[in-house]
Structure formats: structure tokens, C-alpha cells
Design a protein around this ligand. Structure first.
Ligand code: SAH
Length: 240
């Protein structure tokens, strides 16, 4: 599954992900087509595998980005009950998924990418500014990159409208030791989180699974274990 979708251009990569049913929804497909992965992956951008981006971080494999978007889709696309989805992307790294999410949330939506390494926060921003579309999304304020410890989520004091509302969707791009309480608290009701978590009883860097965590309109939380993965860990920021 991991390598099957590689292509020689962005559109070929996305068409292959579509054909292999990693991307299933047309809205997701058109958002992925709008973002050239070459602006984010320094090497072999159209291969369906992760690539190093420096600072021990990687840009995740395209099929993982596809899976995250597919699982979060109802919470990251505008609807009557949620005209401007508010999305938090923890461990924004290359900025690639942050950009794809911004293409999906629509005119009234907001995406905040949080990184604990300031050079990577800047890398994400710089990568996004390589395209006119990306630059405009940043200028309009639909996307913001911020430095912080993603285990604590992000309290968005800069967004007057969204203040106190919680995040409709939280994507976590690095493996957590648990579903952190502050992230759960910051999830809107209803809201959904896509998060890789270390398997219990293992040390960091061994078994991990993606968990899909749903909070319903009454605030009740349901966690579903989806599939095994291998992400870099969600850690303390390295000492400068
Ligand atoms: N979604 C990104 C994934 C980058 S790898 C992409 O596809 O490009 C995971 C990222 O999580 C790294 O950039 C790493 O610096 C960041 N990270 C690790 N621990 C973190 C923490 N506690 N808070 C915020 N970011 C963290």
C-alpha cells in the first residue's frame, strides 16, 4: 500500500492515490491536486513515502496525508452547521498538510499549524509561500503557523470569532504517548481528532496506532483504534 501510489508528477501521484482508494472523496482529491508536494518535500516529492526535512522530522507519506484528510473530512469542510471549520495541525513540519487543510476549510475556515521547532515553523511558512495560492492563504489569515508545544494544543487568542469555541478537527502529525487531556478539552463538541499514539506497554518508537477520537454534541468521547503506523515522536523541543 505504501509505495503503490508513487507518480512522476503531482497529478499522477494524486490520481494513483485515488485509484488505490487512499483518496476517496472528490473534495479531498481536488484539494490535494491544488498543492504541489514538490514545494514541501526536498527530494522525490511524488514518491509515496516519507522524506526527511531536517531536525529529525519527516514529511509524512502521501498515503498517510490522504488517510488523515479522509478521516477528518466531515469536520474540515464547510457545512450548514459548521460554515467555517477551525482546524489545528500539530507538528506542521513541512507545512504540506497544513496547506491542504487550508484548501478544504473554505473562505470562513481557519487552520493553525503548531511546531515546537521554530526553524520548522518557518520552513512550513516558507514552503507555503512558494505558490501564489499558498501566499494568499497566509495573507488572508486563513492559515497561521505558530511555535508551541503541541501536546498542550493551542489556545487561539488571535481569532476573536473562534475564541473559546474549540477545534472542529485536530490533526496530530507525531506520535503521542497518550491522547493528551488538553487536546481532548480543546476539541469542539462535536469534533474529531486524528492522532498517532504509542501502543501501551511499549517504549517510544515501537508500536503505534492511529486513533480516531470523536467528541459528540454532548461532550462524550469515543476512541477508535484504526491501524498501525510509524511516526516520529511528539516530544520536548530540543535544547538550543
Ligand atoms: N505533518 C508534518 C509532519 C512532520 S513530522 C508533515 O507531513 O510535514 C512531525 C513533526 O512534529 C516534526 O516537525 C516535529 O518537529 C513536530 N513535533 C514533535 N513534537 C512536537 C511537539 N511537542 N509540539 C509540536 N510539534 C512537535
Amino acid at each position: 500500500m505504501a509505495w503503490r501510489s508513487s507518480g512522476t508528477s503531482n497529478s499522477e501521484l494524486i490520481e494513483n492515490l485515488w485509484r488505490n482508494e487512499m483518496i476517496k472523496h472528490p473534495d479531498a482529491k481536488s484539494a490535494f491536486l491544488k498543492v504541489d508536494r514538490a514545494h514541501y518535500a526536498p527530494r522525490s516529492p511524488y514518491e509515496d513515502c516519507p522524506q526527511p526535512i531536517g531536525h529529525h522530522a519527516t514529511i509524512s507519506a502521501p498515503h498517510m496525508h490522504a488517510s488523515a484528510v479522509e478521516h477528518l473530512l466531515p469536520f474540515i469542510t464547510p457545512s450548514e452547521e459548521r460554515p467555517g471549520p477551525r482546524v489545528l495541525d500539530i507538528g506542521s513540519g513541512s507545512g504540506y498538510l497544513t496547506h491542504v487543510l487550508a484548501e478544504l476549510v473554505g473562505e470562513q475556515g481557519k487552520v493553525v499549524g503548531v511546531e515546537h521547532i521554530s526553524e520548522l515553523k518557518e520552513l512550513g511558512e516558507r514552503n507555503m509561500k512558494k505558490s501564489k495560492e499558498g501566499r494568499e492563504l497566509i495573507e488572508k489569515g486563513r492559515v497561521r503557523f505558530r511555535v508551541g508545544d503541541g501536546r498542550r494544543g493551542w489556545i487561539d487568542d488571535e481569532d476573536a470569532e473562534g475564541k473559546g469555541k474549540g477545534w472542529d478537527a485536530i490533526h496530530v502529525g507525531a506520535a503521542a504517548v497518550k491522547v493528551h487531556e488538553e487536546l481532548l478539552e480543546q476539541l469542539a463538541s462535536p469534533g474529531r481528532m486524528f492522532i498517532p499514539v504509542e501502543d501501551e506497554g511499549e517504549g517510544q518508537g515501537w508500536g503505534q496506532h492511529i486513533w480516531c477520537v470523536d467528541k459528540d454534541e454532548k461532550g462524550e468521547v469515543r476512541k477508535r483504534k484504526l491501524f498501525g503506523v510509524r511516526y516520529v515522536p511528539l516530544t520536548d523541543a530540543p535544547k538550543a
